[in-house]
Design a protein around this ligand. Sequence first.
Ligand code: DAH
Length: 342
Amino acid sequence: MTDKIDALLREVEEFEADSPEEVEAFRLKMLSKKGAIPALFDDFKTVESERRKEMGMRLNRLKQAATQKVHELKTKLEARASQADKPKMPDLTMPAARDPIGSRHPISLVRNRINRIFERIGFVISEGPEIEDDWHNFSALNFPQEHPARDMQDTFFVSRNPDLALRTHTSSVQVRVMEGQQPPIRTISPGRVFRNEAISARAHCIFHQVEGLYIDEGVSFADMKQTLLYFAREMFGEQTQIRLRPSFFPFTEPSAEMDVSCNICGGPGCTICKYSGWIEVMGCGMVDPNVLENCGIDSRKYTGYAFGMGIERIAMNIYQIKDLRLFFENDMRFLQQFESVL
Ligand code: DAH
C-alpha cells in the first residue's frame, strides 16, 4: 500500500495540464468516488492497527496534494482564459517606445552650418538654376572662349546652340545676383554642381559648393581676409589659423587659395593634412572689374570679393570621412551615424 501511495503522489506532483478538460479527467481519476484515492481509503480499513497512524498520515497527504493540484491548475487555466478574452490594456508604467527620428545628410548639416555662420554677419542666401547657359557659367565670369574648363571633358552639356550645361560651379549665381541688384550685395549661394570627372574616393561628377559674394564701395582684400578668418574659426574652432596662397581664377584678380591650419593635429602634421599642417578649403579673390561690368555694376565705384568652397571637402574633414562616394550611396549604416543631429 505504501508503494501505491508513493506512486500516486509522484503522479500528482508531476501532473501538468493545458486544458480544463484534462484537469477534470485527472480529478475524476484521482478523487471521484470511484477514483484511485478513495479506493485506497477503502483498503485502509484493512490495515493492521500499529501501521494505521502512519498510513493515515500518508493517505491524507496524498489526498491533500491531489486536491491542491486540481485547484491550482484550475485557477491557472481560468486566469489564462480570462487574460486572452480581455482587450489588452496598455501598460502605462512601461518606458515609452522611441520613435525613430530621421537623420540629416552630412552635406546638409555642413551646408546649414556654413549658411548660419554667414547669415550672422549679414549675408543672405541666394540660389540659381542647375542648368545654366554659357553666359552665366563662363562668359560673364571672364572665362576666355578657349578656356579648358569649357571643354566637353569637364562640362556636361545639355544642348549646343543655345549652349546649355549643368553648372560647373556656383559662381554662376554671383552673376545672376549682380544682374538683378545693385550693391551693397552680401550673399552666399549653396548648391549642387556637376563636372565630368572619373568617380573616385576624392572626386565625383556631382558635388556641392557654397559661393560667397560681397560688393560695396571700398571693399578691400583685408575685409575678405577678416571675414574668411571669422568663418574658419566658427567652422573649425577658435584656434584655427588661415593662410592665403596666390592663385588664379578668371573671375577674380588678385586670386588666392585659402588653407586652414589642420583641425586634427593643430599644426605639426598628420595623415589628414598629409603632414603639411594645412588643409585647403576654398578659392577666393577680389572680383575682377570685367565681371562687375559684365553684370552691370560700375567697377569704378564698387569693389568686392568672392569665394567658393566645396562642401564635401569640409564635411570629410569635420566628420573624418575618407571616401567621398559615401555621400552619394545612401547607405543607411553611414547615414544613421548622423541621427538626431540637428
Ligand atoms: N568657382 C571656383 C571653383 O569651382 C571656386 C571659386 C574660386 C569661387 C574663387 C570664387 C572665387 O568665387 O573667388 O573651383
